[in-house]
Design a protein around this ligand. Structure first.
Ligand SMILES: [Zn+2]
Length: 291
């Protein structure tokens, strides 16, 4: 291993994936544990433990990608839906317990940074990432820097008074109501019968996916109208699996809804780093702390 190294930790709803990451973004060694979901204390203990497993004297900082909103000024994490994190001063607590500089970002933000530096957005000036998984996450990189607002792109309204959103979100007609994996499962049950899933829709290249792709395209069209990004990257387990079955109809909608010339020139591509994006991104967050 050459030069500096850090530990990146991708905290998911079901597992904690941590890795020793070098300055080239290469993962040298990983550790994986189930995510404790019974209490915040148990979760924080598990994060400290996984860092301890990978730590070497060369490690200079630790970066976390967490499925929560983070107040950039205070480092307080809140608003997590799938993990027991409630208004904890995340960065400060972990810095004290680890004795190392700590950075923390929203998990989709970390993944956006990874795709920008090492994945589908290499060489682009700016990038927006949408992850279609259990929920719909978003990350925005503008002029080479991760945007530190919420970037909750999954909770944009695309259908006024539409389907109810998921989890703790009380809104309606949000991107997540239509384009998440569970939303695709509901669509599958409706068009193929009870018990059928998004996997069946993808396997059959079912035309119902066009509708889902158009919802995604409506969202991306609005994103283009706000940010005019060079590239929009679609990732997440369901997003990658459905791939062009969604991106084809999405591109038609983008051309319809986005102002000229943004809709014509924006590239819409699939994420390239797969399940490693969050981990690589958490490593970049750690390097960012070191400056
Ligand atoms: Zn919502």
């Amino acid at each position: 291993m050459s030069g500096r190294c850090v530990i990146g930790v991708d905290l998911g709803g079901t597992k904690i994936l941590a890795g020793l990451v070098d300055a080239d973004g290469a993962i040298q060694k990983t550790a994986e544990h189930p995510t404790p979901t019974d209490s915040q204390d148990a979760l924080l203990d598990a994060l400290v433990r996984v860092v301890g497993e990978l730590r070497t004297p060369d490690v200079e900082a630790v970066g976390f990608g967490i499925p929560a909103r983070i107040d950039r000024r205070t480092g307080i994490a809140f608003g997590a839906v799938n993990v027991p994190i409630q208004e904890v001063p995340f960065r400060k607590v972990l810095e004290e317990r680890l004795g190392l500089p700590v950075g923390a970002e929203n998990d989709a933000g970390a993944a956006a940074l990874a795709e920008f530096v090492h994945g589908a957005g290499r060489g682009a000036a700016d990038l927006v990432l949408l992850t279609l998984g259990t929920g719909v996450g978003g990350g925005i990189v503008l002029d080479g820097r991760l945007y530190h607002g919420w970037a909750e792109l999954g909770h944009m309204v695309i259908v006024e008074g539409g389907e109810p959103c998921q989890g703790s979100c009380h809104g309606h007609g949000h991107v997540e109501s239509y384009c998440s994996g569970p939303a695709a499962d509901r669509l599958a049950a409706r068009v193929l019968g009870e018990g059928r899933t998004s996997f069946d829709l993808v396997e059959q290249k079912h035309p119902a996916l066009d509708e889902l792709g158009r919802h995604l395209g409506a969202a991306i069209g609005s994103i283009v109208n706000i940010f005019d990004p060079e590239i929009v990257v679609v990732g997440g387990g369901f997003g990658i699996a459905a791939g062009e079955l969604l991106l084809g109809p999405a591109r038609e909608m983008i051309r319809r809804e986005a102002l000229d010339p943004g809709g014509e020139r924006v590239r819409v591509a699939l994420a390239e780093l797969g399940a490693s994006a969050g981990l690589i991104g958490a490593g970049l967050v750690a390097f960012d702390v070191l400056g």
